[in-house]
Every structure is written in structure tokens, then in C-alpha cells.
Design a protein around this ligand. Structure first.
Ligand code: FES
Length: 237
């Protein structure tokens, strides 16, 4: 495959054609924050946190779904980019519980990390908030839809397993949420408890029930496990 050379933050980077700007930046050790991106599932461009500035493009494109081009110039941390990321985090926090201290994901939450990194200490937007009951009907997974940021990683991960499609996006607008078929609780769905969705959730919307209240994330060690619920033998942390 032909190579493409572009300039990211003043640094010349050569990558195969078809590479995303995000992967090109990462290959050069340049940090771009992501919430909905996962290297093993197709890009989605949902969270927009990975936006970059590319002179000549009218808006700030999401780097995870923008492919490189010869001679392209990319700014990953310009004033406009940082401001856009701050606004995105601010908007996410506007409809997110502020219970970080007692959240199961405290210390292992991407939204918390980025809020700290970009100096968003509290949201400046005030409006209606989601108020869904906690779904603890599944013996292994606790689902708190109030903490869901609709990044879709759980949906895409579930749907990537052959024959599995337990969850999907449902409803519209403010009411959009991740649902099971017929919107039944997870424990009444076809979920086989592989917990891949828990492994990819960047926030506290999906947590592993046997670990709940057993210790803080920094006290635990993650080990790769192989799921045995289907023939695929997927390994994840
Ligand atoms: Fe690119 Fe979410 S990581 S849009």
C-alpha cells in the first residue's frame, strides 16, 4: 500500500494511505483524547473529543474517522481544538451524575480523566437530566444509564460478536439510550454475560457486579481473560 506523508503538530509523519489521522498521530507519539474510539471496532465519530484542526477544512473533523492525505497539515492542540474539547466535556457533564467520589469507576474513568486534563471542574450548562433506574437485573453486569455518554462502544462491541446483538441504540433525541430488544432489563435479555461491553465502557455506565464495592480500581490488577460463552474465544481485559 502506498505511503502518505503529512505534518502533525509540525512533525512529519509517514503512514500507509487509508490510515486515520488519529492513528497517524498516535504512531508519532502525539496524544489525542478519545471516548468512542476503540482500535478493534470500526470508527464511529460519536463523541467528537478527538477533533483536530486541518487548515482548509471548514469544521474541526473527528480524527478517528478522517483519513490522512498527502501534504495534509494537522493541529491537534490549537486554541480552537482545546476550546472545542472543553465544550464537549462540559456538555457531557451537563447530563452526567456528579458522584465521582463514590462511583465504581472513580480513578478509571476517561470522562473524569479528560475533565481534569482540560480543566472542566463543573458544567456550565443547566437543564433536564436523565433519571433512569439502576439496572441490576443481570448477575454479572450493573447498568447505570444515567452515566452513559452514548459513545456506542458497548453496542458496537456486542454486535461485533457473530450471532450476538443484544443491545442497540433506542429512542430519539434527549431520550436516546442503549437498550435491549423490547427494552427489557439486561437480566431478561439474551445477554450471555461475556462482559465485553463492561471492558470497553469508558465511564461508569457498565460495571462488573462481582467487583462492586470490593476495592478501588487502583487496588486491582487487570488480567486478560478469554470469553468462553461462544466459539469466538475473544480475549479482553
Ligand atoms: Fe473520535 Fe469519539 S474518538 S469521535
Amino acid at each position: 500500500m502506498a505511503n502518505v506523508t503529512l505534518t502533525i503538530d509540525g512533525q512529519k509523519v509517514t503512514v500507509p494511505a487509508g490510515t486515520t489521522v488519529l492513528d497517524a498521530a498516535r504512531s508519532a507519539g502525539i496524544f489525542i483524547p478519545t471516548l468512542c474510539h476503540d482500535p478493534v471496532i470500526p470508527g464511529f465519530g460519536a463523541c467528537r473529543l478527538c477533533v483536530v484542526e486541518i487548515p482548509g477544512m471548514r469544521n474541526l473533523p473527528a480524527s478517528c474517522v478522517t483519513t490522512v492525505a498527502e501534504g495534509m497539515v494537522v493541529h491537534t492542540a490549537s486554541e480552537a481544538v482545546i476550546e472545542a474539547r472543553r465544550t464537549i466535556i462540559d456538555l457531557l457533564l451537563a447530563n452526567h451524575p456528579q458522584d465521582c467520589l463514590t462511583c465504581e469507576k472513580n480513578g478509571d474513568c476517561r470522562l473524569q480523566d479528560y475533565a481534569f486534563m482540560y480543566g472542566v471542574r463543573q458544567t456550565s450548562f443547566h437543564g433536564e437530566r436523565k433519571n433512569y433506574p439502576l439496572d441490576d437485573s443481570n448477575p454479572y453486569i450493573i447498568r447505570d444509564q444515567n452515566k452513559c455518554i452514548l459513545c456506542g462502544k458497548c453496542v458496537r462491541t456486542c454486535q461485533a460478536v457473530p450471532g450476538r446483538s443484544v443491545i442497540d441504540f433506542g429512542y430519539r433525541g434527549f431520550n436516546t439510550r442503549v437498550v435491549t430488544a423490547m427494552d427489557v432489563p439486561l437480566g431478561e435479555s439474551d445477554c450471555v454475560y461475556c462482559a465485553r461491553c463492561v471492558a470497553v465502557c469508558p465511564v461508569g455506565a457498565l460495571t462488573y457486579r462481582p467487583m462492586a464495592g470490593k476495592g478501588r480500581t487502583w487496588e486491582m490488577q487487570k488480567k486478560p481473560v478469554t470469553c468462553t460463552f461462544c466459539e469466538s474465544g475473544c480475549t479482553f481485559e
